[in-house]
Design a protein around this ligand. Sequence first.
Ligand SMILES: [Zn+2]
Length: 81
Amino acid sequence: MLEVKTIAVNPQNTSQDCSNCGEKVPKELSQRTHSCLRCGIIIDRDLNVAINIKNRAAGHPVLKARACPMQWQDCETRSLH
Ligand SMILES: [Zn+2]
């Protein structure tokens, strides 16, 4: 369902942390809705997890991690576009 194959992200607490304000919102596995008392957001539990993973992945240096052994300068130019 989620495309997390290429980026390694620590999934710990992604289901508990509020994707909107970062507040930890403990919930049971059977609880399908994420509702945060701090910021008032009410969204699907899976959506909250997806946003958390996306936010964590956004800090990952994807372009720098790309292997580019032969033509260094070409690669750097392209990654700046
Ligand atoms: Zn919140």
